[in-house]
Design a protein around this ligand. Structure first.
Ligand SMILES: Nc1nc2c(c(=O)[nH]1)N[C@H]1C(S)=C(S)[C@@H](COP(=O)(O)OP(=O)(O)OC[C@H]3O[C@@H](n4cnc5c(=O)[nH]c(N)nc54)[C@H](O)[C@@H]3O)O[C@H]1N2
Ligand SMILES: Nc1nc2c(c(=O)[nH]1)N[C@H]1C(S)=C(S)[C@@H](COP(=O)(O)OP(=O)(O)OC[C@H]3O[C@@H](n4cnc5c(=O)[nH]c(N)nc54)[C@H](O)[C@@H]3O)O[C@H]1N2
Ligand code: SF4
Ligand SMILES: [Mo]
Length: 741
């Protein structure tokens, strides 16, 4: 028996694991106490790494549809089928007829970070969709408009803050999102131990709320109005202090004007929170030595998601807490480009093109997932004729999965890169399964950019590939087809092309740490491992902490990272303003015109709410979106697909065990769970369930299928600035289920 280190890829906490290996397979996982970032923390999902890695339902060979049936094939046959199928569609209908859907685990894999952008560019399509428009797209838009970069993430400085407001997030269960922190709960407990205050704003009394000094339970969908009232109080009571930001903030007066209508009294009636509670919140945020508001899913996937995401940062700015220790700070990832000084940028815009059927504006070069089905169904120039899905399950994760399910069944040719046959990939003509995590490398390209402490860690594959391609190779071969080079070419060509282009750009940039150097010389210095390692090495070396290819001899290289298997701590977050601003003005745009205009819609909504029930989501610790319901260690117990409802509501409706819930997209029969831990008038149901379709390959999950909450939602409601589906606060009707007797 041996052990090996591996960063956990299962959520955003990025815990370091120590795997036990016996006879060529993973047999156990525990927290790595020496990991510089996670110090031994682990959750039940990480602890089930061995089960996940060895799940017998994982595909070990590719599948090709033959005579309508998915059958095992060799890799050569599968890649040939990809070349034929994709080649034919591109030849007959053009690259613009190929749709791409990128799911959540792309944020957790090396391949998912490095290759999908090349595939999208290779097809030359605008038909790009991802889980972002079911999740954090509103944050990208607000960051883009305010700071000029949609990835200039602000994260709560958990280790140093005195006052934390968590709004619409449940990090004790989710383990944190867009704020990468292993042991988020431990950090919250430490905050309280050092005399700090934790306020949780959530219609449900979550595990995070239970830990809080104060829990406010607003009506779902009203966060933006609530934050608008906080801004109102900050101005009204003269509590605005920009501090060190004073010289860099534009638009203060416009924000003051907009906030005028959001008086605590008007908003209180709308949110269902006392006006005094709102005033206290604003005063305490202003008075605390340091304070930070942190918002997530409940603030994002709602009717006013972009406004809510914006107002989170507005409050942080108005209280002088942006970019200072203990406030909201900008991480500096080891693969972020080396800072190049404060200079105006091009800014951020959306709507550079629009979707064909409903005219949705492009956001970050994507269309809303809710538009995918209609783009497949609707004939005409640009109709989707082929689909590539990578690490996703939109049939369950997006609204109206039944419609998407039917649409996907009609797509001419579909490729899915996924280890499982699920509700989505069952429609593929070719399924290309990547190897399990023990046989894949790990580096957090995306999540280091939201980590609450700067760090760098790399895990090479722990076990050998056993003759199958890794995900980098799978995606590279798809790219080779699309670039017209041919599926049998050397996949390393893809990486070498990226390296050549990137280094050419870097060496030509006078502000780059490798300005004027020779591309050939730099290329020759790169790690001689696989292509993805060479690219990582390049990014690290020209990055913020890099060795600049020898010019800064103490700097980071992949070799140094490999020599530090528990990772390298890069210290607490540091102030980064004004250097990171990329707005045309070079300032923080506090009042972007799009947001000010959308605030009118929010103002109009005040006082207009229907009296009926609204539905919100819920996550469970031993679940992960739609794809971890197949592991015995995680199944059952409290991890159940039930409708939570307040006892008084249940009594009033005469509900005892089962309810019918009806929404815009359909109805479901679901067991109820009566609990005081939810606001009256609010129901919660987790997503990712509904494993009762034929042709999937997760037996345990199919045995306890649950229902698909997203079938209640027709997907018509989106946050207009980001195209993000409204998943929280959707109106529903609930009734007792008529018993079959
Ligand atoms: N009602 C409601 N709906 C929601 C949400 C909600 O809160 N409420 N949450 C939304 C959010 S935040 C998200 S992120 C989306 C998620 O939406 P999706 O990303 O569409 O769905 P997942 O269930 O995460 O599916 C992930 C897929 O990736 C596969 N996979 C796992 N590991 C790998 C790998 O290493 N490589 C590859 N290629 N594939 C892999 C899994 O087998 C699975 O099929 O769901 C959204 N849907
Ligand atoms: N165990 C587990 N961990 C996960 C996942 C998982 O499925 N399971 N998924 C991962 C993914 S993809 C993501 S994006 C993250 C999400 O991470 P989080 O955002 O922390 O997770 P959620 O549980 O969706 O938390 C949203 C909270 O918002 C509340 N809420 C709903 N509507 C409103 C509202 O209108 N206002 C306010 N203030 N609150 C509201 C809900 O009650 C819920 O507690 O979790 C990640 N981690
Ligand atoms: S908290 Fe997330 S990263 Fe850490 S062990 Fe659990 S699933 Fe893995
Ligand atoms: Mo997500």
């Amino acid at each position: 028996m041996t052990t090996a280190l591996r960063i956990c890829p299962l959520c955003e906490a990025t815990c370091g694991l120590t795997l036990t290996i016996d006879d060529g397979r993973v047999t156990g996982a525990r927290g790595d106490h020496d990991d510089v970032f996670s110090s031994g923390f682990i959750c039940p999902k990480g602890a089930s790494f061995a089960e996940l890695d060895n799940d017998p339902d994982r595909l070990s060979a590719p599948l090709i549809r033959r005579d309508g049936v998915l059958t095992e094939a060799t890799w050569d046959e599968a890649f040939a089928a990809v070349a034929d199928g994709l080649g034919a569609v591109v030849r007959d209908h053009g690259g613009s007829s190929v749709g791409v859907y990128l799911g959540n685990p792309n944020a957790h894999t090396v391949a998912g970070a490095l290759y999908p952008p090349l595939i999208v560019r290779g097809v030359g399509t605008h038909q790009v969709y991802s889980a972002s428009t079911l999740d954090q797209m509103p944050k990208h838009v607000s960051l883009g408009l305010m700071f000029g970069s949609p990835v200039a993430f602000t994260v709560p400085d958990l280790d140093r803050t005195d006052y934390l407001v968590v709004i619409g997030a449940n990090p004790l269960v989710s383990n944190g999102s867009l704020a990468t922190a292993a042991d988020f709960g431990g950090k919250l407990r430490k905050l309280r131990k050092r005399g700090g205050t934790l306020v949780v704003i959530d219609p449900a009394r979550t595990r995070t709320a239970e830990l809080a000094d104060r829990h406010l339970a607003p009506r779902p969908g009203t966060d933006a109005a609530l934050l608008g009232a906080v801004v109102n109080v900050l101005f009204d009571e003269d509590l605005v202090t920009l501090g060190a930001l004073a010289d860099y903030v534009a638009g203060l007066d416009e924000v003051r004007d907009v906030a005028r209508d959001f008086t605590p009294e008007i908003v209180a009636a709308h949110c269902g929170i006392e006006a005094d509670e709102i005033r206290t919140l604003a005063r305490e945020l202003a008075a605390a030595p340091t304070a930070v508001v942190y918002g997530r899913m409940g603030t994002s996937t709602v009717e006013f998601g972009t406004l809510g995401s914006w107002l989170v940062d507005v409050v942080n700015i108005l209280t002088g807490n942006l970019d200072r220790p203990g406030g909201a700070m900008f991480p500096l990832s080891p693969v972020a480009p080396a800072p190049r000084g404060h200079r105006p940028g091009r800014g951020f815009s959306t709507g550079r093109w629009h979707s064909r059927v409903s005219g949705h504006p492009e956001v970050l070069s994507e269309f809303p997932v809710v538009a995918l089905a209609e783009e497949i169904e609707t004939p005409g120039e640009g109709q989707i004729k082929a689909m590539i899905t990578i690490a996703g399950n939109p049939v369950l994760s997006a609204p109206d999965g039944d419609r998407l399910d039917r649409a996907l069944a009609g797509v001419g040719f579909m490729i899915s890169v996924d280890p499982y046959l699920n509700e989505t990939t069952r429609h593929a003509d070719v399924v290309l399964p990547p190897p399990p995590p023990s046989r894949s490398p790990h580096f957090d390209f995306a999540l280091n950019n939201v980590a609450v402490r700067n760090n760098a860690r790399y895990s090479p594959p722990v076990l050998a590939l056993q003759g199958r391609p890794d995900e980098a190779e799978i995606l590279s071969r798809i790219a080779l087809v699309l670039y017209g080079i041919g599926v049998d070419a050397d996949p390393a060509l893809v990486d070498e092309q990226v390296i050549a282009t990137t280094l050419a750009k870097e060496t030509a940039d006078a502000a780059s740490p490798v300005a004027g150097r020779d591309v050939g010389e730099l290329t020759a210095m790169l790690d001689d491992g696989p292509g993805y390692e060479r690219r990582l090495d390049m990014m690290l070396r020209v990055g913020a902490y890099g060795d600049a290819f020898g010019a800064r001899p103490d700097g980071l290289t992949l070799q140094r990272l490999k020599a530090a298997p528990h990772g390298i701590d890069l210290g607490p977050l540091q102030p980064r303003l004004p250097d990171l601003l990329r707005t045309p003005s070079g300032l923080i745009e506090l009042a972007p015109s799009q947001l000010i205009a959308d605030a009118q819609r929010l103002r109009d909504s005040l006082g207009h709410r229907s009296g009926g029930f609204v539905l919100i989501g819920r996550r469970h610790l031993r679940s992960n979106n739609s794809w971890m319901h197949n592991l015995p260690a995680l199944a059952g117990g409290t991890n159940r697909c039930t409708l939570r409802i307040h006892p008084d509501d249940a009594a009033e409706l005469g509900l005892s065990d089962t309810a019918v819930v009806k929404g815009s997209g359909g109805e479901l029969v679901v067991p109820i769970e009566v609990t005081e831990d939810i606001r009256r008038g609010v129901l919660s149901l987790p997503h990712g369930w509904g494993h009762d379709r034929d042709g999937t390959g997760q037996k345990l999950a199919a045995g306890q299928p649950g229902v698909n909450v997203n079938q209640l939602n027709d997907g018509a409601a989106v946050d207009p600035l980001s195209g993000t589906a409204v998943l929280n606060g959707i109106p529903v009707v609930v009734e007792p289920a008529v018993s079959p007797a």
